[in-house]
Design a protein around this ligand. Structure first.
Ligand SMILES: [Zn+2]
Length: 320
């Protein structure tokens, strides 16, 4: 009798073990099927997105070739001083080549062949000019991109929020904007980057994924290899944007007219124009020129003004 009970118990334990083993086998088989399927699906989606981007880039390249000939003739033209794009960085003069810079730029999902996309960008804000800039953009129903710095003074808090609330893109332009601090080393750059990212998140709830190097990526202050800085931003899931059209509103002698002309005369050269302007208290002429700039762009055939989004392929200066 006792041995019969013992046997039953043993059988129970045994069958439980079998059940566990079965479950483990089923789980392993299911996991072995599901995991590769999921990986395949993710890779397929990624492949598809990359292919779309590639096809659009190629369409862009053909657009440039149709207008300006092949790359060799563009380079030859720029060597002979005919590039027409004498753009300077905010800090020191920079030399970059339109022929080799990644100016294919910018794809929105709604990208239409034959349409020119203009991205108005404002650096250095917020400032006492920001409110006025936002009013003008609102008046024309235009959305732009603001690459802002870290200004904890409470008088700026609402401006950061307005930028976001009114549908503009919020990008980072370093916390301190102090070249000697930010570019002292990669570590100082990282510290400053984290500061502005957290500051913007705390102020606006926006986790910005766009960056503009003070002075542009082609600035002469970074002594290290810029590739290390780019790699760091990439690891953070952040894309940096330079520009291919500059208002040159940070240059001595800038006026409302020079700002207008620098922008409007250069936009026709590109299918995707990232326009650099400044949002600063001492650059009122930029604000004064803005309504006419927007009107002139809106009057151009097949041209739209749009904010930078995560689908926008960046315009980046490439060092020679
Ligand atoms: Zn700046």
């Amino acid at each position: 009798m006792a041995s019969g009970t013992g046997e039953r118990k043993q059988k129970k334990v045994y069958s439980k073990k079998i059940q566990k083993l079965r479950r483990a086998i089923v789980f392993t088989v299911v996991a072995a099927c599901l995991i590769p399927t999921c990986i395949c699906l993710i890779l397929a989606v990624r492949y598809d997105r990359l292919r779309t981007k590639y096809e659009k880039s190629e369409a862009d390249l053909n657009w440039y070739r149709d207008r300006y000939g092949d790359e060799k003739s563009i380079l030859a033209a720029s060597d002979s001083g005919d590039s027409g794009g004498d753009t300077s960085a905010e800090y020191g003069e920079i030399q970059w080549d339109y022929g080799v810079a990644n100016t294919s730029g910018a794809q929105n999902p709604e990208d239409i062949e034959g349409t020119r996309y203009v991205y108005l960008t404002f650096d250095d804000g917020p400032s006492s000019s920001t409110g006025e800039i936002l009013d003008i953009l609102d008046q024309y129903g235009v959305q732009a991109t603001f690459f802002v710095c870290g200004k904890p003074d409470s008088k700026y808090t609402d401006l950061y929020k307005r930028i976001v609330d009114e549908g503009h893109t919020l990008g980072m332009h370093s916390y301190s904007h102090s070249y000697k601090d930010i570019y002292a080393s990669l570590d100082s750059f990282k510290d400053d980057f984290k500061k502005i990212k957290i500051f913007l998140y705390d102020t606006t709830d926006v986790d910005s994924i766009f960056y503009r190097f003070p002075g542009g990526s082609s600035n002469k202050v970074i002594k290290d290899d810029i590739a290390e800085y780019e790699k760091f931003l990439d690891e953070q899931g952040v894309t940096y944007f330079d520009w291919n059209v500059s208002a040159n509103d940070d240059k001595a002698g800038a006026t409302k007219e020079t700002v207008y002309n620098n922008i409007i005369s250069n936009i026709p050269k590109y299918k995707h124009c990232v326009v650099l302007m400044h949002d600063a208290a001492d650059k009122k002429y930029t604000v004064e020129a803005l309504p006419e700039i927007i009107e002139a762009i809106q009057a151009m055939d097949d041209t739209v003004i749009v904010p930078i989004t995560e689908d926008t392929l960046p315009v980046q200066h490439i060092k020679k």
